[in-house]
Design a protein around this ligand. Structure first.
Ligand code: NI
Length: 226
């Protein structure tokens, strides 16, 4: 499931993040990619020990955890601390699938990557190119979102960032290990949750709505790994 999650960060937060990111010490992004991926990756990242990166990373995680749509669609067991990247001057990241297992840089343990998330920190009109292209069975999807918005997509997807030919594209990216590993099961739970929400707004907590909430919980109980 690919999903646009609006307004993870407010305009004021985006402005503050950007002010701090300008002062940060960026490093070559290829250094953190695997051997194969590093040949395809031309961008800059904040190193894991960046003080500014660490502060902003915690704030992105908190914002995502407060966002009902992110929580319902990813059902997180673990969120790997968000990182930051910058593309400019033709910077690009060719087609790749993200690594299955990541080491949490602070807790030093292994986390499975089920869901990939990009939080956009530049407005689409501030750069040329730089679209995130995610391929699935229905074809290639092009994503360029307003600053503060996020997209989630299955970490199993082939994806790329097209060359940024003008301007600067700033973003935060992260992976979530979900309680529900299977993308199809996770999508069904999300759609059921959203349908219940709309039904509840329409007719309130009727016995039928309460029963549907029960079904949601029983499916989650069946599928969740903690
Ligand atoms: Ni990737």
């Amino acid at each position: 499931m690919m999903l646009h999650i609006p307004q993870v960060l407010t305009a004021a937060e985006v402005a503050e993040f950007r002010q701090l990111l300008v002062q940060a010490d960026w490093v070559d992004g290829a250094a953190t990619a695997g051997a194969q991926a590093s040949q395809r990756k031309r961008n800059q990242q904040l190193p894991a020990d960046s003080v500014i990166g660490k502060q902003l990373s915690t704030r992105i995680t908190d914002a995502l955890q407060r966002h009902p749509m992110f929580m319902s669609s990813t059902l997180p067991a673990r969120i790997i601390p968000p990182r930051f990247n910058r593309y400019e001057g033709g910077g690009t990241y060719g087609n790749h699938v993200d690594s299955a297992i990541h080491i949490d840089p602070y807790r030093q343990d292994r986390v499975r990557t089920d869901v990939s998330t990009t939080v956009f920190l530049s407005e689409p009109f501030e750069y040329e190119g730089g679209a995130l292209i995610v391929e699935d069975n229905y074809g290639a999807h092009e994503v360029r979102l307003p600053a503060g918005d996020a997209v989630i997509y299955p970490a199993t997807s082939l994806h790329r960032v097209e060359p940024v030919t003008q301007g600067v594209r700033l973003a935060s990216f992260l992976w979530t290990q979900s309680m529900v590993r299977d993308d199809w099961q996770r999508s069904m739970l999300f759609e059921l949750d959203m349908s219940i929400l709309r039904l509840r707004q329409k007719i309130g907590d009727s016995d039928e709505v309460v029963a549907l909430v029960g079904h949601y919980n029983n499916l989650l109980r069946q599928w969740a790994e903690l």
